[in-house]
Design a protein around this ligand. Structure first.
Ligand SMILES: C[S@@+](CC[C@H](N)C(=O)[O-])C[C@H]1O[C@@H](n2cnc3c(N)ncnc32)[C@H](O)[C@@H]1O
Length: 172
């Protein structure tokens, strides 16, 4: 199990032995408990701002990290969740950009590396949950970048997809 305290600290209290890594935590919108101590929350930026409806929007990862080069050893986590930016275009000062970030021109290579890193830090037989909002880029085009074959997900409905992968191997 990973010891999270060996990685760069950004000031948050983090679990000593997290079993889940959220690679692109953003505002932790899909978490029932945004301070769930079983998880280590990673993002490549911090944000603190007020949305147009007056609500505060915060991105406060436990650790700053880049999904293309995760600062963790191989086989560290049994469960990884990967919810990368899904937009290629968004207004320069749009809330979409603030909330979700935007993919670069090198998005194919970035996401390929992101998948590879998620599988690297997964333990053998570990589970990767991948989330994708199919608004500008087709799910099939993104799944083609993954080094592993997906198990299952909501294949039919366009919109937000949840896709589950399993890493090969024997349990350690
Ligand atoms: C779709 S949003 C995630 C939303 C989040 N899952 C939630 O529930 O609120 C994508 C996130 O990926 C982050 N991100 C973009 N590039 C990244 C990178 N190279 N490494 C880590 N995080 C990245 C963005 O800052 C953004 O917060």
């Amino acid at each position: 199990m990973i010891d999270s305290h060996q990685f760069p600290d950004v000031g948050n209290v983090v679990p000593a032995t997290p079993s889940v890594m959220d690679v692109c935590c953003g505002s932790r919108a899909f978490w029932f408990d945004k301070a769930d101590t079983r998880a280590l929350f990673i993002d490549n930026r911090t944000v603190e701002t007020t949305l147009c409806d007056g609500r505060t929007f915060t991105i406060a990862p436990d650790r700053i990290g880049d999904f293309r080069n995760l600062p963790f050893p191989d086989a560290s986590f049994p469960l990884v969740i990967f919810d990368p930016p899904h937009l290629r275009q968004a207004g320069k000062s749009s809330w979409l950009r603030v909330k979700y970030g935007v993919l670069s021109d090198e998005w194919r290579d970035d996401l390929r590396r992101g998948f590879a890193e998620c599988f690297r830090v997964l333990q053998p037989l570990g589970t990767l949950v991948f989330k994708w909002a199919e608004t500008q880029i087709k799910l099939a085009d993104v799944l083609a970048l993954a080094s592993h074959k997906p198990l299952f997900g909501n294949r039919i409905r366009a919109g937000t997809h949840w896709v589950v992968f399993q890493k090969e191997g024997k349990p350690s």
